[in-house]
Design a protein around this ligand. Structure first.
Ligand code: AHM
Ligand code: MG
Length: 278
């Protein structure tokens, strides 16, 4: 799988340069979910596809920015689901954005996710690879990703990142979020799931939620490109990831762009969600 990690690193360096210097405006196209694509969404997708095309072990890829799967090598082993530029609506205000990759074998179900990777494009570029454990790397002046540390969640954290439009939350969800704040948790929510989840991982723990709401009853975040890869990272870092009741990695999407309500966090916060939703 190393050749895939190397292709992701090369893509990340090229995307970082595009974010720094390219036009941040919108294109005239819409993606499979109906979002108007930024020129940077399209360029990031092109960069990643070009790098993955050089890797023989990849059988097929599917991007959040495309409706359908793209077959690469018939004899390849791995399927990759990826979000080329997550949180791209934050690019124009110069907040952090990211890329997310799930590496699957057989099909795109949670149980067949074998590794995941994400990249944070912030003041610095950081890359996190989750296999048996979760390792963080940082880009240096020579454009190399240098190992920084292994990421482990504490049993309980201090941060709360509550996603979704509040006026559309269910009453029980609102009560839960209010009670978490009453217990002293601090609000940390930028609107980019990559930096928001990265912050919780690096600060030891907390809760990120994107629940079912009246406007998006199945949540907003997509299983293959966003939810499963981060569920894998959180579990391997010693925390949990559920849809309220069930483990996210036990789910199987029936369509590539299917979404799920999701909660990622350290163990005590995930137990708290289960008590409310279970
Ligand atoms: P995107 O893939 O279109 O960028 O959407 C994903 C983003 C996540 O990064 C973030 O957690 C969520 O959408 C924020 O959604 P909202 O604007 O509804 O709070
Ligand atoms: Mg996204």
């Amino acid at each position: 799988m190393n050749e895939i990690f190397e292709a992701i690193k090369t893509s990340a360096i090229r995307i970082k340069e595009a974010i720094e210097f390219d036009d941040t405006g919108y294109s005239k196209n819409q993606n499979a979910t109906g979002d108007t694509q930024l020129k940077l969404d399209i360029k990031s997708d092109i960069i990643i596809e070009a790098e993955f095309k050089k890797v023989d072990s990849i059988k097929e890829i599917i991007s959040e920015e495309k409706e359908d799967k793209t077959p690469l090598n018939k004899h390849g082993k791995w399927l990759i689901g990826y979000d080329p530029l997550d949180g791209s609506s934050l690019v124009d205000v110069n907040l952090s954005v990211g890329s997310i990759f799930g590496i699957y074998e057989g099909d795109y179900s949670g149980k067949n996710l074998k590794a995941s990777v994400y990249v944070v494009y912030g003041p610095r570029v950081e890359l996190v690879i989750a296999t048996d454990c979760v390792k963080m790397y940082r880009l240096n002046k020579q454009n190399e990703f240098v190992f920084i540390k292994e990421i482990k969640l504490n049993e309980k954290g201090k941060l709360n990142a509550p996603g979704g439009t509040q006026k559309n939350w269910e009453a029980k969800h609102k009560e839960m979020i209010d009670s978490i704040f009453k217990d002293g948790y601090r609000l940390r929510y930028s609107g980019g799931m990559v930096p928001d989840l990265h912050q919780i991982l690096l600060k030891g723990g907390g809760l990120f939620s994107y629940p079912a709401t009246s406007d998006v009853p199945k949540g907003k975040l997509r299983m293959i490109f966003e939810v499963f890869p981060f569920a894998f990272v959180y579990e391997k870092a010693g925390g949990g990831a559920i849809d309220g009741k069930n483990r996210l990695l036990d789910l199987t999407p029936s369509h590539p762009h299917d979404t799920s309500p999701c909660f990622f966090g350290s163990n005590q916060e995930i137990e708290r969600v289960k008590r409310v939703y279970g």
